[in-house]
Design a protein around this ligand. Structure first.
Ligand SMILES: Cc1cc2nc3c(=O)[nH]c(=O)nc-3n(C[C@H](O)[C@H](O)[C@H](O)COP(=O)(O)OP(=O)(O)OC[C@H]3O[C@@H](n4cnc5c(N)ncnc54)[C@H](O)[C@@H]3O)c2cc1C
Length: 389
């Protein structure tokens, strides 16, 4: 009965995988979904998710993953987000935002030590890009890393870092050559959060995503051994751009999850709730909202899967990932808001989780590239296609 399992989109294996995952979520996450929203999520839960194989679907077998690709990661993102958004934000920050740069640019030794335990759910990762003075304009980054013997010494601040106060490792970006543009002067490092000088200033109080922790951090002379540089010196901006493609596609998967549960709740509610002697679904003011929600969910899922399939084929997906994230995140805000409207006063209570999903969904036109920046990127790619240099 569920439209999103159509074989026109998904392979038999993907459908079977999703069904198993739904059972896992129903058993392990749904019963505590409201409880863990008081935050932070229990670390044990990430271990369980890792043990069940849901941290590593897009990681190599050599790193403890199952090598099935981003098309499976978007399924995991959707299904866990459909139960608790903050939990998946934490999972994904660890395995995708942190994990993909280490997977794609790490040496075998780095992957063994710093990726395998994260894929297993034993260790937690985070990614450090944003700073107090640097958000959308990542090239303006101020954190610096200076070579000292074999080590690098990091100084600076990072803000809004998902898992920041919980993580064992950070994929941190810093300027290593201030004399050239950041495109060539930024580098990426694997930082152990137990290092001297790595400080948690505070966890931010958030509107939603309450089960996750998002932190403001400082590096004060944090010493990073030379063998923890990811890729080559100066390759950081390239690593960052590469990471954002997988992050944005996976966030699109999450956005479908935040939207789907409120949609399902509101469709059932519209059928059961009676006013003026009939179910409220009989009123077009209600039923046409349902039509719009269904349409946006299906369109979003197709856009997201297109980006994921292209990524899995090794294609460049800057435009498709941006389109998928922009469309699904704006749609998720509209869908969760419409669902709340269909529930009337009940939607505004915590008796239903719709208000939680609306608060969670609101983040996603900001994090991982704002809607405005994504529109900028999409038009830039379009003009490049029409007028190649
Ligand atoms: C809960 C949460 C979790 C996060 N997790 C992480 C994380 O794990 N790691 C990490 O590094 N970062 C993380 N972020 C940071 C996130 O990616 C940034 O918030 C985002 O990139 C926007 O940066 P900013 O908040 O500094 O906004 P700004 O860049 O200051 O933008 C403010 C406004 O100006 C607009 N604007 C800026 N430039 C332009 C332009 N050129 N054209 C049009 N409009 C523009 C923006 O769209 C926005 O509306 C997280 C943020 C939040 C809130």
């Amino acid at each position: 009965m569920v439209d999103y399992l159509t074989s026109a989109l998904w392979t038999d294996d993907e459908i079977a995988f999703r069904r198993e995952l739904q059972e896992f979520c129903a058993k392990e996450i749904a019963p505590i979904a409201d409880e863990i929203d008081k935050g932070p999520y229990p670390r044990e839960l990430l271990r369980k998710i890792g043990k069940a194989g849901y941290m590593g679907v897009h990681h190599d077998r050599a790193d403890g993953g199952t090598d099935r690709g981003l098309s499976y990661e978007i399924i995991v993102a959707e299904e866990i987000s459909a139960v608790n958004g903050g939990l998946d934000m934490a999972r994904m920050a660890s395995t995708t935002l942190y994990g993909m740069p280490v997977s794609r640019f790490g040496t075998p030794e780095q992957r063994k030590k710093f990726l395998e335990p994260v894929v297993a759910g034993e260790k937690i990762g985070c990614i450090g890009i944003t700073e107090p003075d640097v958000g959308s304009d990542t090239a303006g980054m101020k954190t610096k890393a200076v070579k000292d013997g074999d080590d690098w010494v990091l100084n600076g601040e990072k803000r809004f870092i998902t898992n920041g106060s919980q993580a064992d490792y950070m994929c941190a970006f810093a300027i290593t050559n201030p004399d050239v543009h950041s495109k060539d002067g930024m580098s990426a490092f694997i930082v152990d959060t137990k290092s001297d000088g790595f400080k948690v200033v505070q966890d931010h109080e958030l509107l939603g995503m309450k089960s996750a922790r998002v932190s403001w951090l400082k590096f004060e002379d944090v010493r990073v051994p030379g063998d923890r540089l990811l890729g080559k010196p100066g390759e950081g901006f390239h690593i960052l751009m590469d990471e954002l493609d997988s992050e944005r596609t996976a966030i699109a998967g999450e956005a479908i999850g935040y939207a789907r549960t409120p949609y399902e709740i509101s469709v059932k509610y519209a059928n059961e709730r009676h006013q003026f002697g009939r179910p409220i679904r009989a009123f077009e003011g209600v039923s046409f909202k349902v039509a719009d929600m269904a349409m946006k969910l299906e369109a979003g899922r197709a856009l997201t899967l297109t980006a994921a399939r292209m990524y899995d084929k090794g294609e460049k997906i800057t435009k498709q990932a941006s389109i998928a994230k922009l469309y699904t995140t704006e749609a998720a805000i509209q869908i969760t808001n419409d669902a709340l409207q269909i529930l009337g006063g009940m939607g505004y209570t915590t008796d239903y989780p719709v208000e939680r999903f609306l608060r969670d969904a609101r983040l996603m036109t900001i994090g991982g590239g704002t809607a405005e920046i994504l529109r900028f990127l999409i038009q830039r790619e379009v003009f490049k296609e029409f007028f190649p240099e």
